[in-house]
Design a binder for this molecule. Structure first.
Ligand SMILES: [Zn+2]
Ligand SMILES: [Zn+2]
Ligand SMILES: [Zn+2]
Length: 250
């Protein structure tokens, strides 16, 4: 929902701590390849435009989608101006999405993706099937299947970092894809159980099992105050926050 959550006057929603202001979750990965900066975004939620502005984004080379829920896809249209930059270089921005997510994107943005669309200046995007491994300008993205309630959705591993959001369960086979991580970004919604999301305790248990040097929690609801929750987390596990940035090995 983002924090503050609309209509809520709770302690976290009215907190003065900037760490308690949370846009919808997204991940930005930047690296140098072919003499220029390359940029991959995971999910374009409703706050994508604001996040792109805060991070000075001038291009996007590819987008990976975890799944088709509103908080992960509603910023897609804001890729439009960035897609023109890439189009001038002769490319359409690839959007890597599972079949299920691709269906949602095509339905919601039919004026962009329908072959019959007559919308002028449509975003220059192409939906590509999400395979087990996808390479973007030399960086390999490994799909890590996770469960989100009844639905199987996608997490991603790149180098020794993984991003797994909206997780309610991690299949055994996916733990094998998460060996040897420096860093894992995992969703931890709140303490109260939710059918589609892990609680903090569940996420801490997975963090221990995965054993990355650092675990960051994301997709955090207004139930969790930043400072108070961090005091209760084990070493090497902490709540992420908007604008958090760190180097990764690819
Ligand atoms: Zn609140
Ligand atoms: Zn979701
Ligand atoms: Zn979500």
């Amino acid at each position: 929902m983002g924090v503050p959550t609309l209509g809520c006057g709770c302690a976290v929603c009215t907190s003065d701590d900037p760490h308690d202001r949370r846009l919808r979750p997204s991940l930005l990965l930047r690296w140098q390849a072919g003499g220029r900066e390359r940029v991959v975004v995971v999910d374009t939620g409703p706050d994508f435009r604001e996040q792109a502005l805060r991070n000075g984004l001038t291009r996007v080379d590819a987008v990976f989608y975890t799944h088709g829920h509103a908080d992960h896809i509603l910023g897609l249209d804001d890729l439009r101006p960035l897609s023109f930059t890439v189009f001038r270089e002769g490319e359409l921005i690839p959007l890597y999405a599972s079949e299920q997510t691709a269906e949602v994107l095509k339905r919601m943005y039919d004026y962009t993706f329908s072959p019959d669309a007559t919308y002028p200046n449509r975003a220059r995007l192409r939906i590509e099937p999400l395979g087990e491994r996808t390479t973007v300008h030399g960086v390999e993205f490994l799909r890590v299947p996770v469960l989100h309630g009844e639905q199987e959705i996608s997490g991603f591993r790149f180098g020794r970092t993984a991003y797994l959001t909206d997780v309610s369960a991690i299949p055994e086979a996916s733990f094998a894809l998460l060996e040897g991580l420096d860093c894992v970004i995992l969703s931890a919604l709140r303490h109260k159980p939710h059918p589609n999301h892990a609680t903090v305790d569940q996420a801490v248990e997975w963090a221990r099992r995965i054993g990355a040097r650092q675990t960051w929690f994301t997709h955090i609801a207004h139930d969790l105050g930043h400072k108070a929750t961090n005091r209760t987390l084990p070493e090497g596990v902490a709540l992420a926050y908007d604008g958090l940035a760190f180097p990764v090995s690819l």
